[in-house]
Design a protein around this ligand. Structure first.
Ligand SMILES: [Zn+2]
Length: 342
């Protein structure tokens, strides 16, 4: 979860809603959307048949409102149709690719290009630019302050930094992660192996006081179902924390389909504050807190401006611009804290 990441294991339980997708296939206009729409584009990409057993949504997955094509995005894998709800603004890849296609995609794709491959590399990256450590301290700190219980579930733990932070705060941590490389690194960091299971397949014999879903929900084939599962696992007085890219950010406003977070098939769902709140409500959760955060890596500045000017610009951006953006909920990452609805 440290950064965005994807799942890879094909031989583990992956029912209905694993991170990410692959879809090509036409999406019909408002309110339409059914099998059989003509599609003249290539039906195979990287040997995967993305059109097999897709799920065509004819309405918003969150509110049932009418959907229409927002744009198409072509990636190295295929061309994906992204639709948006006219009522709540939720955007998502439609049709949803089959589970088999997703498993095949992750098996082929392996780790993302920017994935780190060892704990040393993770540690060094954090030494240079401690983005994940800072986020872990902030998010886990808020969770600790919100609940007296100490049972913590980290859904898709990534490199394990959030779980490590949770343990430092006295939480008893259950950790699940499907991506093999991330699991290996997390095992080294935590001293025990995260369970290689998807959220759907995770079985718990007790409720959790804190459930973390950091950069996982945007990958889900069935995001509302995942939120329902979180609600069902949450204790009375427990807190769920969600982090997803903010599709209502200033970056999205300016760049549209070129927003760097628009990365199908890895990202299937594109949330903004309003519709994530609606999804949570539909799933039986109530909002405790919402905020956006903006952090642009140092290297993004230094690559363009050189080291000295890049670091100065990085500092200026994060002391001046990003608080303004976050004050308007226009920051790049959306954080939502939720409790169980009464
Ligand atoms: Zn909607």
């Amino acid at each position: 979860m440290s950064s965005d990441r994807i799942a890879t294991d094909a031989d583990i339980c992956l029912p209905g809603g694993v991170p990410a997708s692959i879809a090509s296939g036409r999406t019909t206009p408002l309110g339409g959307g059914d099998r059989g729409a003509e599609d003249t584009r290539p039906r195979m990409a990287a040997g995967i048949d993305f059109t097999a057993e897709q799920i065509h949504h004819s309405a918003c997955q969150i509110c049932g409102g009418p959907i229409g094509l927002l744009f198409e995005k072509t990636t190295r894998t295929a061309t994906f149709s992204i639709v948006r709800c006219a009522d709540c603004g939720f955007a998502f890849v439609n049709p949803t690719p089959s589970e088999d296609a997703i498993v095949a995609f992750y098996t082929q794709a392996g780790c993302q290009e920017n994935s780190l491959l060892s704990l040393d590399a993770v540690t060094e990256a954090e030494r240079i630019d401690p983005i994940t450590s800072r986020e872990a301290k902030r998010i886990v700190g808020r969770m600790r302050d919100a609940t007296r219980g100490r049972r913590f579930l980290d859904v898709g733990c990534g490199y394990g930094q959030f779980s490590a932070e949770a343990r430092r705060h006295g939480f008893s941590v259950d950790v699940i992660e499907v991506a093999a490389t991330e699991r290996t690194i997390a095992t080294e960091l935590l001293g025990f192996a995260p369970t290689a299971v998807t959220f759907e397949c995770h079985q718990a014999d007790h409720a959790y006081d804190a459930i973390l879903m950091s950069h996982v929900l945007e990958h889900s084939r069935e995001p509302v179902k995942w939120l329902r599962k979180a609600a069902s696992l949450l204790s009375d007085g427990g807190i769920a924390a969600i982090a997803v890219p903010n599709f209502g950010s200033i970056v999205t406003d300016v760049l549209g389909k070129n927003d760097p977070f628009v990365t199908p098939p890895a990202h299937l769902n594109y949330f903004a504050p309003r519709n994530l709140a609606r999804a949570a409500e539909v799933a039986g959760l109530r909002m405790l807190r919402v905020e956006t955060v903006t952090y642009i890596p140092k290297r993004s500045f230094s690559r363009r401006l050189g080291r000295a000017a890049g670091l100065a610009s990085h500092r200026l951006f994060h002391t001046v611009a990003s608080p303004v953006l976050d004050g308007m909920k226009k920051g790049t990452v959306l954080n939502m804290y939720l409790g169980r609805a009464a």
